[in-house]
Ligand binder design. Structure first.
Ligand code: ARG
Length: 230
């Protein structure tokens, strides 16, 4: 079978942003860890290559694919804008943006978000959604946890972030914040996929095949139960 140039050196260099639990975070040993990291390592094993993980800023992942990194796994939502510069694997997870509110907040509908102070992680779909909200003041953070800290400190009215990290932050800041399903605010479901260099159909096909094998042999579900609380 054809081998993608990206794999010719036996190494798959994967970029992530380890500020997005449970998909990626820095573990106690100081290493990137989480569902995505375990998944891409399992994919690397199927492909017979070593996986090297590069922890970088989320906003620079897409533009680094094909130069600094071979691929990115980062709970990254498939969007038309991103598809203009990268190709995506088949989707491996479906999520939605959630709204994190301070305990006792009166925000409950899409209308209530107008004119509010909203925290987001820079360059994420939560950021794009917030910027569309009428009269909202959007604060962009490099680390989502810093946005949640500012929410707890009263500097923000809400934080818009994906479902699973929202749930993790809800337990981390227990009693101080609540994570509300974005369906209540008319947010649409989002599909996560692995991003690869545009036009590298060989790599996309190899990654998709490995992903399917992991689904078929039960590894994928085992990783979901290990890392993701649903
Ligand atoms: N799903 C959102 C997006 O694609 C947020 C992903 C953030 N991921 C991360 N590792 N920080 O824009």
């Amino acid at each position: 079978a054809a081998v993608s140039e990206a794999l010719a050196d036996g190494v798959l260099n994967v970029g992530t942003n380890a500020e997005f639990p449970p998909f990626e975070y820095v573990n106690d040993a100081g290493e990137p860890d989480g569902f995505d990291i375990a998944l891409i390592k399992a994919i690397g094993e199927k492909l017979g290559v070593e996986v090297q993980v590069d922890n970088m800023e989320f906003a620079s992942l897409v533009s680094s694919i094909g130069s600094k990194i071979d691929a990115s796994i980062a709970g990254m939502t498939v969007t038309d804008e991103r598809k203009a510069s990268v190709d995506f694997s088949n989707s491996y997870y479906t999520a939605v943006q959630y709204v994190i509110l301070p305990e006792g907040s009166a925000i409950a509908t899409a209308d209530d978000l107008k004119g509010k102070a909203i925290g987001v992680q820079l360059g994420t779909t939560g950021d794009f959604i917030a910027e569309e909200i009428e009269d909202a003041t959007v604060s962009q953070y490099n680390k989502a946890v810093d946005a949640v800290n500012d929410l707890v400190n009263g500097r923000l009215d809400c934080v818009i972030i994906d479902k699973n990290p929202a749930m993790v932050f809800e337990s981390k800041f227990e009693g101080k914040v609540t994570a509300v399903d974005g369906a209540q605010f008319n947010f649409e479901p989002e599909d996560y996929a692995i991003a690869m260099p545009k036009g590298d159909t060989v790599l996309v096909e190899q990654v998709n095949t490995a992903l399917q094998e992991l689904i078929d042999d039960g590894t994928f579900d085992a990783l979901v139960s290990q890392y993701i609380e649903e």
